[in-house]
Design a protein around this ligand. Structure first.
Ligand code: PLP
Ligand code: COI
Length: 360
């Protein structure tokens, strides 16, 4: 099967420069979309075909579209950053392409070749380059996704899929800036179990998380921390971020048990932290460890990390039984050092010693 090339059908009415600049001045997260999108079809027996870069527009969906009923759908999230010389680069797109393939395998969907995943992202960025914000932490967030496009109500893997990429200028994910978040330890609801879909980036995981997010909000918390589904004790991750626990100069992130998402930021930080002279490990941390080690002062900082949210400190923790301030409740030194190192690398202010940046 040959890899299709992406055919360009440019928008006849892109947003004006003034309208675009007004959006870029305060983009928020995931609220505005660029002028184009990529669509690539997959059909059983034919493979990937009809790769196009077309004007951003609504899709017409049949009411019996299989995704609407059985949720055979996956997505990715990665960012393009303006570099100091004015060029644009994405961060570890190959890792996103590989995770997309892993998600596809779990959800009985076709795997999109890495080259095509990267070419689709590159083509969209290239076409909508004017939408890449200028500086600081702002970026162009890319959302590749795939869903069953076959029509029918039989429960089985679809024989037609649509892969798409859309792009959205992104300011800070949390509008408050680098402000510690309060977290709710979810003991009633669970996100995922071993053997389930927790390690796949599939819509259902997020749908299932919303009721716990609402519960967190009722308790005055910003975010949910998911625990393992068997003992309701071991820390897994947050709704859209992985977690790190800082013990002085040793940082620990929950190991990949099969029920949490293998975050690319999480993986990158294991290396970046070691480059900075920290010990970085994967391990198991229970809710009791968290509370006790915070009280005895050995656990100095906790932070969350992910593409959308970068690195966000955790300032306080609440559950049905306990309630504590993490450290002094302020962003910690190690958290902020790692945050700076990661952003410096992504925005081209630091050398790319691991070959993670993908220039366009
Ligand atoms: N965990 C979940 C559930 C997520 O949705 C995300 C976001 O992608 C992450 C963790 C962080 O992953 P990454 O660093 O690859 O963005
Ligand atoms: C990301 O960080 O890319 C995410 O997917 C988090 C969230 C927006 C789902």
């Amino acid at each position: 099967m040959t890899t299709p090339t992406i055919e360009l059908k440019p928008s006849s009415n892109p947003l004006s420069a003034a309208e675009r600049e007004a959006i870029l001045a305060n983009p928020g997260f995931g609220r505005h979309f660029t002028d184009h999108m990529v669509t690539i079809k997959w059909t059983e027996g034919r493979g990937w075909h009809d790769a196009e870069l077309v004007p951003y527009a609504p899709l017409s969906i049949d009411p019996a579209n299989m995704t609407l009923h059985y949720a055979q759908t996956i997505f990715e999230g990665l960012k393009a950053y303006k570099q100091p010389d004015g060029t644009v680069a994405t961060f570890r797109p190959q890792a996103n392409a590989e995770r997309f393939q892993a998600s596809a395998r779990r959800m009985a969907m076709p795997e999109l070749p890495t080259e095509l995943f990267i070419a689709a992202c590159d083509a969209l960025i290239e076409q909508d380059r004017a939408w890449v914000p200028d500086s600081g932490e702002a970026s162009l967030y890319l959302r590749p996704f795939m869903f069953a496009s076959e029509v029918g109500l039989g429960v089985r893997p679809a024989n037609e899929f649509l892969f798409m990429v859309i792009a959205s200028p992104a300011g800070a994910y949390f509008p408050g800036g680098v402000k510690p978040v309060s977290v709710w330890l979810s003991e009633e609801y669970v996100r995922a179990v071993k053997g389930g879909t927790g390690a796949a980036k599939t819509g259902g995981n997020y749908a299932a998380s919303l009721v716990a997010q609402a519960q967190a909000a009722e308790h005055g918390c910003d975010q949910v921390v998911w625990l393992d589904a068997v003992e309701h004790r071991w820390i897994e991750e947050m709704g859209g971020m992985n977690l790190y626990f800082v013990y002085g100069d040793r940082i620990v992130t929950p190991e990949l048990t099969g029920s949490l998402l293998p975050g690319i930021t999480r993986d990158s930080l294991l290396t970046i932290a070691r480059d900075l002279g920290y010990t970085a490990e994967e391990g198991r941390i229970s809710t009791e460890d968290w509370q006790r080690d915070n009280e005895n002062g050995t656990l100095t900082e906790v932070f969350a990390c992910g593409t959308a949210a970068v690195i966000t400190p955790v300032g306080s923790v609440k559950s049905e039984r306990a309630n504590w301030i993490q450290g002094d409740g302020q962003p910690g030194e190690v958290t902020m050092k790692l945050r700076k190192a990661l952003l410096d690398l992504q925005t081209g202010r630091a050398a790319d010693t691991h070959g993670w940046m993908h220039p366009l």
